[in-house]
Design a protein around this ligand. Structure first.
Ligand code: UN1
Length: 517
């Protein structure tokens, strides 16, 4: 164990979460059975080896999918509130293990401990939501046009749901999918990121214990581990009617095509290029807090991270100066130490992409306002710590159009009416999150109107990141169009059936068609 791991109680956390030196990354519940290569998980916090996980082979996957398919046939017959009761117990375990799991998320992924705890809180929240939902999987009833007929719709469980999640929210995004899919009566197979395999095993351990206690059939919570090739086993598999995938636009296009080729359903939550519009009526203090948290939180590695600030020329210098002052106060370092605001990037490849973005913005004519750079020295041994940077840029720069998963914030200037700001905001291929800072009702309503933001999330007087689970989460355009977590996002995990019942002695046809024999 490294010094940081020792000082911040990582061994205890691993023990509480049932993790060992080498873990098994293929599971259908209590059974774990990997036969693939071993991957090692290094912490970006200090570069130390945290643990190892065995990956899933094609044969292992076959065992998983057949167990999940079989388990589904039984699970779908459980009353939905009985399934909700299992999710309620799972949630009790999450509440009990919030601290060790939050700590592991922080140590394995690099986000601050506060954000690690926040991520587990999102799991708790979505489970609460799902438990209530287990008594509310409502369909509509309709009035039939034919006498003596009744019409209604009902939602049935869909089948096996494949979940592919990313390193940046290694536990919450899984739970958004599973908590809903489980109460809907589906079996879930999860491939987490190979960059955060231990958090996946920890979550599977928690689910497996609760499920076993409740005699839930094997396969309802299944885990597979490995790189994209393991994910492909699911995306190409017609026994998996829904693939929910979170990650880059590049990955999403590959997944979408594979799933569409077999006419499966996909739920995609891909890249964002989120902007905050700052109007002359904005509260500057709140703007700075919202923008800085949005840009540097999770070291700029949320899909909702603030990448662009679109500032009115009349207040441009004021906002710019306030931001530069705020960035000077940022403390970068060990994310388990609650004095620090910003932890490391996930790995050295991410550092390279960050450096490339800063070089490119200068090449394209941008002006660096807050200098970036990779931090060196003992405290930054992993080589993954970077300085959050700000550059003045233009919206049509190639690098500004591109989502760089790092703390690089671009300042853009607009003049005249808010419609000019909206044009810039919407002038990117992504459409996840957006925000406006204004105390002007007209501007706020125009931002929310049909001619306003084209994103899936549009906020007034808060930043772009940090959505609550109660709303549907996702975005338009190349963000992929999927919606997860709250509102009626549950419907994608079920199949809808329209039922028409004739209780007369006649057989009248719809549309008044006559057909007598
Ligand atoms: C993500 O980055 O994939 O809205 C999810 C937020 C978080 C979820 C982000 N609740 O920032």
């Amino acid at each position: 164990m490294s010094e940081i791991a020792e000082n911040f109680g990582i061994s205890e956390a691993l023990k509480e979460l049932g993790l060992q030196e080498t873990n098994n990354g293929t599971s259908t519940g209590k059974d774990f059975f990997s036969n693939g290569d071993v991957i090692e998980s290094y912490s970006p916090v200090d570069g130390s080896l945290i643990g190892k996980v065995k990956t899933t082979t094609k044969e292992d996957y076959e065992k998983v999918i057949s167990t999940a398919s079989k388990g589904f046939k039984e699970w779908r017959t459980w009353p939905a509130p009985a399934r909700g009761e299992v999710v309620r117990q799972f949630n009790e375990e999450l509440r009990r293990l919030k601290e060790p799991l939050g700590k592991l998320v922080s140590f394995e992924m690099g986000k601050s401990y506060q954000e690690g705890l926040g991520e587990v809180q999102e799991m708790i929240d979505i489970c609460d939501f799902a438990v209530g939902l287990s008594r509310q999987l409502h369909g509509l009833t309709m009035h039939s046009e034919r006498p003596g007929h009744r019409m209604y719709e009902q939602y049935h469980p869909l089948g096996v749901v494949g979940i592919i999640s990313a390193f940046n929210f290694p536990v919450a995004v899984w739970s958004w999918n599973t908590a809903l899919a489980w109460v809907c009566g589906d079996a879930c197979i999860w491939k987490g990121s190979e960059k955060t395999p231990l958090t996946s095993v920890a979550c599977q351990n928690i689910a497996a214990n609760v499920f076993a206690k409740n005699d839930v059939p094997a396969g309802i919570s299944s885990l597979i581990t490995g790189d994209y090739k393991v994910g492909e086993l699911m995306t190409n598999d017609k026994r998996v009617p829904l693939i929910s995938a979170t990650g880059s636009i590049r990955m999403g296009k590959i997944v979408a095509q594979a799933v569409a080729a077999r006419l499966g359903k996909s739920l995609l939550e891909l890249g964002g290029n989120n902007a905050i519009i700052v109007t002359p009526d904005a509260d500057i203090k709140n703007t700075v807090i919202g923008a800085v948290f949005g840009a540097v939180g999770t070291c700029g590695q949320r899909c909702t991270s603030t990448r662009r600030l679109i500032i009115h020329e009349s207040i441009y210098d004021k906002v710019k100066d306030a931001l530069v002052r705020a960035y000077k106060q940022l403390r970068i370092g060990n994310p388990l130490d609650e004095n620090n605001h910003v932890g490391p990037l996930i790995d050295k490849d991410a550092v390279k992409n960050y450096q490339k973005a800063l070089d490119q913005v200068v090449e394209e004519g941008g002006n660096i306002l807050v200098e970036g750079g990779v931090l060196e020295g003992e405290a930054y041994e992993s080589g993954c710590y970077v300085k959050p940077a700000i550059a003045e840029a233009e919206n049509d720069f190639k690098i500004v159009q591109h989502e760089t998963f790092a703390p690089v914030l671009y300042l853009l200037k607009y003049s005249g009416d808010v419609s000019n700001a909206l044009e810039l905001q919407n002038g990117v291929v992504q459409g996840l999150s957006s925000a406006i800072m204004t105390n002007n009702l007209r501007e706020a309503e125009r931002f929310l109107s049909v001619e306003g933001s084209d994103c899936g999330i549009a906020n007034v007087n808060i930043g772009t990141s940090g959505a609550e689970i109660g709303g549907a989460f996702g975005g338009e355009k190349e963000t992929g169009g999927g919606r997860e977590s709250g509102s009626d996002a549950w419907k994608i995990y079920m199949r809808r059936q329209t039922n028409t019942i004739n209780y007369t002695t006649e057989l009248p046809l719809a549309q008044g068609i006559k057909f007598d024999l």
